[in-house]
Design a protein around this ligand. Structure first.
Ligand SMILES: Cc1cc2nc3c(=O)[nH]c(=O)nc-3n(C[C@H](O)[C@H](O)[C@H](O)COP(=O)(O)OP(=O)(O)OC[C@H]3O[C@@H](n4cnc5c(N)ncnc54)[C@H](O)[C@@H]3O)c2cc1C
Length: 500
């Protein structure tokens, strides 16, 4: 059970190293990462329970499954969902079954299941969750942040992370701009009951796609409608839904009793900066876009995994706080690219005959091997490349989950990352590399492997002799017969220990 701590109204009660505003997928993942690193972290969540109205995200991409695998929790998701080829571009299916990963597929699983699994995980890790409370604002000074909560109480933290969704209070209170593009298309989405039998299935018209489907309980109907105009930003009402159904189907099928009613669009916006002093943003608080292609939750979880270990090092004093600037430097371009991908898909899905002709051409193109592999890697997050400078192709890319043979026996590389600590993998002669002053914070593993050293979309790359792997699974340094610049890389990412 997640702890539901009660803070007396009007009282500053607790100090935490990190307070996270929002316990959606991003906030939960970040809390797990920080707790694994031994950081005192708490989540403040507006919802009274993890229950989530409506379906929202319906799947995990391959890289997110890998990220969970790096922490030893992938099986919890795989056992609850359905493995499938879910990667797609503008609804053009991209088969990634030949991608060089242990998980060459996606997972069909609803967001409420994903959140429940993550909430159970962080509960096991002992993260306190203040439920039914909202972050309403904050003030920061040189040493920390006073986080204001609904009801008049507050928390003190060294750092505050806004994982509080697209309408982020933290982003607004920090004065961080959210520039981007206004919507060109808008949808109503709902889960409702209907007195009459609905016309189940997809319907395309000059305005776009509409769909009615029965949910597993046999009575609730999931509704997706394309609206006639894209301008409205307010919360929709049952009357709006009824009118929109009549416009498309000529009847509202006696719609009533909505358990979820929402509106989403292809608006694309991104926070101008992911950091303002001691305040950071992650997930939808930092970027919003069209859901086509299923990128939002996946990007948020991976923001959390990039930020978690860095924030842990800064909080513990191992690294200077400038390490946090690499979070923006690495993750802002990733989401900027996601915005571009979703905007392109939105354009490609327009229902006019000219765009349909273009869509048909792109479908043919993506059936070719090379484009399919490139786009498959892009949509499943396997091609992410952080710019860590010139060098071996592995530098800044995800470390493959190789089969290794260490002195202790055979093991999978990802198992070395379960505790979110950095790893220096030496696949050259055992004992040929030494960690010097980093021996306490980096795990040195001598092992043998025959690869394959194959990267998604890139193909085979030269086998290195050693690799420095960050806790998020990305390669920070590659040895090619020498240890030149290894100490520089260790100092850059894992600080300079005092006795250096
Ligand atoms: C129809 C639809 C389909 C989608 N499909 C996919 C998909 O297939 N794949 C995919 O990857 N993504 C998909 N998404 C996007 C995905 O739902 C979001 O990207 C994801 O939920 C973002 O997670 P988050 O934790 O960053 O934010 P959120 O899920 O919005 O979580 C924010 C949390 O913060 C809480 N909160 C808000 N304000 C405060 C406050 N002031 N104080 C305390 N708590 C607060 C909220 O209650 C919430 O729990 C879809 C979205 C929609 C609408």
């Amino acid at each position: 059970m997640v702890r539901d701590d009660i803070i007396p109204e009007g009282k500053t009660l607790t100090e935490h190293a990190v307070v996270i505003a929002g316990g959606g997928p991003t906030g939960l993942m970040l809390a797990g990462e920080l707790a694994l690193a031994g950081v005192d972290v708490a989540i403040v969540e507006r919802r009274p329970s993890q229950e989530l109205a409506g379906a929202r995200a319906g799947g995990l991409h391959a890289r997110t499954i890998e990220v969970f695998d790096q922490r030893g929790i992938a099986d919890r998701f795989l056992s609850q969902g359905t493995v499938a080829q879910v990667a797609g571009y503008a609804w053009i299916r991209l088969d990634i079954s030949d991608a060089p990963t242990r998980h060459p597929y996606g997972l069909a699983i609803w967001q409420n299941q994903i959140e429940r699994i993550l909430a159970e995980w962080i509960d096991e890790l002992g993260v306190p969750m203040l439920r039914g409370r909202e972050v309403t604002g904050f003030t920061q000074d040189d040493t920390g942040v006073d986080v204001e909560l609904s009801g008049g109480s507050s928390l003190r933290a060294a750092y505050l992370v806004g994982c509080d969704g697209g309408r982020s209070i933290v982003r607004k209170a920090a004065g961080i701009d959210f520039p981007g593009w206004d919507p060109t298309i808008s949808h109503l989405i709902a889960e409702v009951e209907m007195t009459e039998e609905p016309e189940v299935g997809l319907r395309n018209d000059a305005h776009g796609i509409h769909s009615l489907s029965k949910m597993d309980d046999g009575t609730t109907v999931r509704v997706l409608l394309t609206e006639r105009s894209a301008g409205r930003k307010d919360e929709p009402t049952l009357e709006d839904l009824s009118e929109a159904l009549i416009t498309v189907y000529g009847t509202d099928f006696g719609v009533h009793n909505p358990t979820w009613l929402s509106r989403f669009s292809d608006m694309a916006r991104q926070a101008a900066t992911y950091r303002a002093g001691r305040v950071l943003l992650a997930g939808d608080a930092a970027h919003v876009h069209y859901p086509t292609g299923g990128q939002g939750l996946n990007t948020g979880v991976q923001d959390a995994v990039n930020l978690g270990w860095k924030l842990a090092e800064v909080v513990k004093g191992t690294s200077p706080d400038t390490l946090l600037d690499t979070y923006h430097a690495e993750r802002h371009p990733v989401a900027a690219n996601v915005l571009q991908i979703t905007m392109a898909q939105s354009a490609l899905l327009r229902p006019d005959p000219f765009t349909k002709a273009l869509h048909s051409n792109v479908t043919e193109l993506l059936a070719m091997d090379e484009p399919r592999k490139r786009f498959g890697a892009m949509m499943s997050g396997l091609d992410i490349h952080y710019d860590l400078g010139e060098g071996h192709p592995l530098l800044g890319r995800r470390m493959p989950d190789l089969d290794l043979v260490a002195t202790s026996g055979p093991l999978r590389l990802f198992s070395l990352l379960h505790d979110a600590r950095p790893v220096l993998l030496n696949v050259d002669a055992p004992g040929s590399i030494h960690l010097a002053v980093w021996a306490d914070c980096v795990r040195l593993v001598d092992a043998w492997t025959d690869g394959p050293w194959e990267l998604p979309a890139l193909g085979m790359v030269p086998a290195p002799t050693a690799v420095l792997i960050r806790p998020d699974g990305y390669v920070a340094w590659v040895g090619e017969g020498t240890t030149n610049s290894l100490h520089d890389a260790l100092a850059t990412w894992f600080g300079s220990p005092p006795d250096m």
